[in-house]
Ligand binder design. Structure first.
Ligand code: B12
Ligand code: SF4
Length: 476
C-alpha cells in the first residue's frame, strides 16, 4: 500500500508551504492530508483512528514551534514507533546542526517542492540515508536546495485547506505570496541568516513571480474561492519599484479588489504611495521597530530612516485614506522603559494604529549571537516565544516591565494619560504576572481587531477572537 503523508500545524491559517507541497504530492500520486492541531491528546487519538494509515508525519517548523513540536513528537514516537517524522521550514533550514535526530527521523533543508514527493513515492523514507535535501545524517553530504525561479513553483493547492476547514474557506480575504526574501540585513531576521548560511545555494536575495503569473494565480484563486479582499504576505511588497508598478497595473486592470501588504518605509516614495493608492491599497503594515534610532541602526541594523522621515511618509499615506499599522518591538537589547513611553507617544502623536511584539532572539540569527555574547539571555536554550504572546528572553526587571507595557498596547495606543500609570504599576511583580496572564490575550485580540477592521467583517474578527482565546485556554 502506498504511504500517506500528514502535514501538521498549530495555526489556523493556510500555509503556502503545505499548499505547494500538496500540489507536488498530487503530481506524484501521493495521498496526503493537512491537520490543524488544536489539542495534542485529541490529535494523538486521531493518529490511531482516522490517521491510522498515515505513515509519514510532517511539521512546518518555525523557531517558535520547535520545542512544542519536539514534545509532541516524543509522544508520537512512544505511542506509534512505526511513524516517520519529518520537519521542514525555517528552523531546520537555518539550524539543521541543532536538530535532535534521536526523535526526528528526517529534516528538509530548504524547499520541499523538489524531492519530497519522489522521496515518499519511491520508498526512500524507509531507508535511513540522505536524499538530496532530505536529511537524516549530518555526517554524510547533502544538498540544501532552494527555488531559483518562482514562476516554476507549482500553483498552491488551496483545496487541501478549503475542502476541510470552512472557517478558512469563508475567511473573506485570500492571502498570496508573490516574492521571497528581502535585501536588508536586520539582525533578528531569517533573511540575513539564510543569505550568509547558504550564499552558494541561492541565486538572488529577492525572487518575484512575474506580474502575469501572479495575476493569473490571483484570478484563478478568486474564481474558485471568492473573497472580498486580498492580502499579500510578502516580506517587503514594495521593494522593487519596476516589478511593483507592472504588477499593480495588471492587478488594477484584472482584479481591483482592496488589498493589504507590508513594506519598509524606505520603499514608500511619493510616486509609490500614489500608485498604491490608485490600485486600491486599503491597509499597510510598516515596521518602525523602535523610535530609538541608535538601537535601530547599531543593534537591529534596520534600513536607514529617521523618525521624522517615518512620520512624514506615514502622514502622506494616511492622506490617501490608507490605514497604516506600525509595528514595534519591545525588550530589545539596551532598550529602556523611557523608549517604550516614546513609542506610545509617537503612535498617539501621529494617530497611528500600532501592533507590538516582544523580541525573541531566534537561534541562528545575528541577534541571538549578539545576546549570547553579551550574556543577555535568561535561558539560551529555552523556548523561543509563541505566535501570540511572549515573555522577555532578556534578563532584567526593566525588560519584565517592558513586557507589561507591551501587554497594554491596545489601551496605551490611544490614551496618553494611561502610559505613566502602567509604567508605574509595572514596578510590582503581582501586577506584571496578572497582566501577562489576563491582559496579554486581550491585547492580542485587541491589536488584531484594530489592525484588521476594514478588511475583515466583524463576524470574522469575532470568530478569530474566539479562536485566539481557545489557544490561550489550551496553553493554560
Ligand atoms: C507568510 C508568512 C507567515 C504567515 C503564514 C505562516 C506560514 N507558516 O506559512 C503568518 C502571518 C501566519 C506567519 C506567522 C509567523 N511567522 Co512568518 N512568514 C511568512 C513568510 C513571509 C512566508 C512563508 C511562506 O509561505 N513561504 C513560501 C513557502 C513556499 O516556503 P516555505 O514556507 O519556506 O516552505 C518550503 C520549505 O520550507 C519546505 N517546507 C516547509 N515546511 C515543510 C514541511 C515538510 C514536511 C517538508 C518536507 C518541507 C517543508 O518546503 C516548502 C515548499 O518548498 C516567511 C518569510 C520566508 N522567507 O519564508 C515568514 C517567516 C516564516 N515567519 C517568521 C515568523 C517569525 C513568524 C511568526 C513566529 C511571527 C510571530 N511572532 O507571530 C509566526 C509563526 C507562525 C508559524 N508557526 O508559521 C520567520 C521565521 C523565523 C524563524 N527562524 O523561524 C520568517 C522566516 C520571517 C522572517 N523574515 O524572519 N508568517
Ligand atoms: S526589512 Fe523586514 S524582512 Fe527585510 S530583512 Fe529587515 S526584518 Fe527582514
Amino acid at each position: 500500500m502506498d504511504p500517506k503523508v500528514l502535514l501538521c500545524q498549530f495555526d489556523n491559517l493556510e500555509f503556502y508551504s503545505y499548499m505547494i507541497l500538496s500540489a507536488k504530492l498530487i503530481e506524484k500520486g501521493v495521498k496526503h492530508n493537512v491537520e490543524i492541531i488544536e489539542d495534542d491528546v485529541f490529535f494523538l487519538n486521531k493518529l490511531s483512528g482516522v490517521y491510522d494509515d498515515y505513515k509519514i508525519i510532517g511539521f512546518y517548523t518555525c523557531n517558535t514551534d520547535y520545542i512544542r513540536i519536539m514534545s509532541l513528537i516524543d509522544k508520537i514516537k512512544k505511542l506509534f514507533s512505526d511513524r516517520v517524522v519529518i520537519l521542514g521550514g525555517p528552523h531546520p533550514t537555518i539550524n539543521y546542526e541543532k536538530i535532535n535526530f534521536d526523535l526526528v527521523d528526517f529534516i528538509c533543508v530548504g524547499d520541499g517542492e523538489f524531492h519530497f514527493g519522489e522521496w515518499v513515492k519511491s520508498g526512500n523514507y524507509m531507508e535511513k540515508r540522505n536524499y538530496y535535501n532530505i536529511v537524516c545524517d549530518l555526517s554524510e553530504p547533502f544538498e540544501a536546495e532552494f527555488a531559483q525561479d518562482l514562476n516554476k513553483s507549482p500553483l498552491p493547492n488551496r483545496d487541501i485547506y478549503y475542502s476541510k476547514y470552512p472557517f478558512l474557506r469563508h475567511m473573506g480575504i485570500r492571502r498570496f505570496l508573490l516574492s521571497s526574501g528581502c535585501p536588508f540585513k536586520c539582525t533578528y531576521c531569517y533573511n540575513e541568516t539564510f543569505r550568509s548560511k547558504f550564499k552558494d545555494s541561492y541565486s538572488k536575495a529577492v525572487l518575484f513571480k512575474s506580474p502575469a503569473k501572479a495575476v493569473e494565480e490571483i484570478e484563478d484563486t478568486l474564481e474558485k474561492y471568492p473573497a472580498k479582499a486580498v492580502s499579500f504576505s510578502d516580506d517587503n511588497f514594495c521593494i522593487n519599484r519596476e516589478w511593483l508598478f507592472s504588477f499593480l497595473d495588471l492587478y488594477s486592470e484584472r482584479i481591483g479588489k482592496p488589498f493589504h501588504a507590508a513594506t519598509t518605509i524606505t520603499a514608500l516614495t511619493d510616486e509609490v504611495i500614489e500608485k498604491l493608492s490608485q490600485s486600491n491599497l486599503k491597509t499597510i503594515r510598516i515596521a518602525m521597530e523602535t523610535t530609538n534610532s541608535r538601537i535601530r541602526n547599531e543593534i537591529l541594523h534596520r534600513p536607514k530612516y529617521t523618525n521624522e522621515q517615518f512620520s512624514k511618509t506615514v502622514a502622506k499615506i494616511r492622506k490617501k485614506k490608507i490605514k497604516v499599522i506600525i509595528l514595534n518591538m519591545f525588550c530589545l537589547p539596551t532598550q529602556t522603559l523611557r523608549d517604550c513611553v516614546d513609542i506610545f507617544n509617537f503612535a498617539i502623536d501621529y494617530n497611528l494604529i500600532m501592533c507590538t511584539t516582544i523580541l525573541v532572539p531566534y537561534k541562528g540569527t545575528a541577534m541571538y549571537d549578539y545576546c549570547l555574547k553579551n550574556d543577555l539571555l535568561i535561558d539560551p536554550s529555552g523556548r523561543e516565544g509563541d505566535l501570540n504572546s511572549s515573555w522577555t528572553s532578556l534578563k532584567g526587571v526593566e525588560m519584565e516591565r517592558m513586557v507589561t507595557m507591551q501587554n497594554y498596547t491596545f489601551i496605551l495606543n490611544f490614551t496618553r494619560f494611561m502610559v505613566p500609570v502602567i509604567r508605574f504599576m509595572s514596578k510590582f511583580t503581582w501586577f506584571r504576572v496578572l497582566s501577562f496572564k489576563l491582559i496579554s490575550p486581550v491585547n492580542v485580540i485587541g491589536m488584531n481587531f484594530y489592525a484588521w477592521t476594514g478588511l475583515l467583517s466583524f463576524k470574522k474578527l469575532f470568530e478569530l477572537g474566539i479562536k485566539t482565546f481557545r489557544i490561550y485556554k489550551r496553553k493554560k
